[in-house]
Design a protein around this ligand. Structure first.
Ligand code: SF4
Ligand code: SF4
Length: 451
């Protein structure tokens, strides 16, 4: 019913794909740890201020009304993932997923403190001792430090990180900040230090449905059985007729999920290509061509396609459709963002006061303008009304808002009796920035004339 987890001690792989994975570790972590410290217009460049319900993304300030852009961003990320998976299988899992990246960092620390694979296995078999306790403590302290730094940085995307740093120095962290720093740190420590491959095997939903994006032309990690079998140790191979696999088990030892890729593609394979590096190293040593384990496709393995033929099949209909949808969404979002006016206006008629007759036989309606200056500069706006010939404003025509301010601004409009018909009359309210006339919005409203 239940198989206890067997500890996996992945051997360190070296080679082209290991270097590529470390490049991703550096790029993603530099971006993650440094971005919250970047400044823009005297504020944090990237800040998701949930309390104020404003998202600052460099020069862009998004409000709850702009949720569509965030939804579009998520759709773009999803399609990028679909596209990458259709072309190169679990390339995201193997190189850029946070679980892979943090496991790589935690494994690096483990190797520096506890030693190579055999030393780590021996250490775990040892009875308790002072040196074992010292090594384990040092490892967990180092893991804890990385995890805490990660948790602190994560919270720094939601609370200004400089303010957060001051709170750390003065030990005045708020309860929610404590909660989220500890929660995210604990998740990092637990997932990358303890759970590791179990997250990919049992918890990650993406691993479950991504096979639906695979087809026979998707790149996967494959073992060329025809070439490798019958596998046999090098000593016996000298006698003659074995395949190229010398059964050294290096490909299994480097595997972070502990599988043997020679048994065929398995759902546990995260496509990290550590086994490719390991086997290529072995092939170099024994003077055989590289590529016994390599990136290939199901069709290429069956039909013995050349690398050029594999590349030619990359641009198949499924990939073209994903790419076309992605390009369309990116173009639509880019255009919408380019044309976006950082000013929003809602015209709300005062329902408590219907159209009423005032002095000189004029008809008056009262409105509340809900104005949002979503730009990062203070603005003065001119209010203009139209739709009825004699329509005038009793209240001032100018209204001033600070940067990123929202204001409820009341206005009173009047028209001469007889200029509009009894009942509802369509009018328009326009706002134009005095400093920058390109900031302009127009909203429809109704003017009520009592019957
Ligand atoms: S690393 Fe290569 S040679 Fe060694 S067992 Fe794996 S497939 Fe065979
Ligand atoms: S089988 Fe190879 S590519 Fe798959 S997870 Fe193991 S080492 Fe990585």
């Amino acid at each position: 019913m239940y198989a206890a987890r067997e500890e996996i001690y992945p051997r360190e792989a070296s080679g082209r794909y290991a270097r590529l994975r470390w490049l991703f570790v550096w790029l993603t972590q530099l971006a993650f740890y440094c971005t919250p410290w970047l400044q823009w217009n005297d504020r944090q460049a990237l800040l998701f201020d949930l309390g104020a319900r404003k998202f600052y993304i460099f020069g862009l300030v998004l409000w709850p009304q702009d949720f569509i852009y965030l939804a579009a961003l998520l759709i773009i990320c999803a399609y990028l993932l679909f596209l990458a998976t259709a072309v190169a299988g679990r390339v995201w899992c193997g190189f850029a997923c946070p679980q892979t990246v943090y496991t790589e960092i935690f494994l690096w620390i483990e190797r520096r403190i506890e030693g190579k694979r055999s030393a780590r296995m021996a250490l775990d078999r040892q009875p308790p001792s002072v040196s074992k306790f010292a090594k384990k403590s040092a490892k967990h302290l180092a893991w804890g430090a990385v995890a805490l730094w990660t948790g602190f940085t994560f919270v720094g995307y939601f609370t200004p990180i400089k303010h957060l740093a001051q709170e750390v120095l003065t030990l005045s962290f708020g309860p929610w900040e404590w909660y989220w720093v500890v929660f995210y740190s604990f998740a990092t420590y637990g997932n990358a230090g303890w759970m590791r491959e179990q997250v990919c095997k049992y918890m990650c939903p993406y691993a479950r449905f991504q096979s639906s994006m695979f087809d026979r032309d998707t790149l996967i990690i494959t073992y060329a059985g025809e070439r490798g079998e019958p596998r046999m140790p090098l000593s016996k191979k000298a006698a003659g007729n074995g395949g190229d696999c010398i059964d050294c088990s290096m490909c299994v030892q480097v595997c972070p999920t502990g599988i043997d890729i020679r048994n065929g593609l398995q759902y546990e394979c995260i496509g990290c290509a550590a086994c490719v590096d390991a086997c290529n190293g072995v092939m170099d040593k024994i003077g055989l061509p590289r590529g016994l384990i390599r990136y290939s496709t199901e069709r290429a393995m069956d039909m013995h396609l050349t690398p050029t033929e594999i590349r030619r099949r990359t641009l198949r209909p499924r990939v073209r459709i994903y790419a076309a949808i992605l390009a369309l969404i990116v173009a639509a979002v880019g255009t919408a963002l380019y044309l976006r006016v950082p000013l929003k206006l809602d015209v709300i008629r005062d329902r408590g006061a219907m159209g009423r007759e005032v002095e000189d036989g004029m008809i008056e309606n009262v409105y509340r303008l809900q104005i949002m200056n979503t730009s990062e500069r203070a603005q003065t706006y001119r209010i203009k009304v139209s739709g009825i010939d004699t329509l005038t404003q009793v209240t001032p025509e100018l209204v001033r808002l600070d940067a990123t301010e929202t204001k409820a601004h009341p206005i009173r409009l009047r028209t001469a009796h007889g200029a509009a018909h009894p009942g509802s009359n369509k009018i328009a309210v326009e706002l134009t920035s005095v400093d920058d006339p390109s900031l302009h919005v127009k909203e429809d409203a109704v003017f009520i004339v009592p019957r």
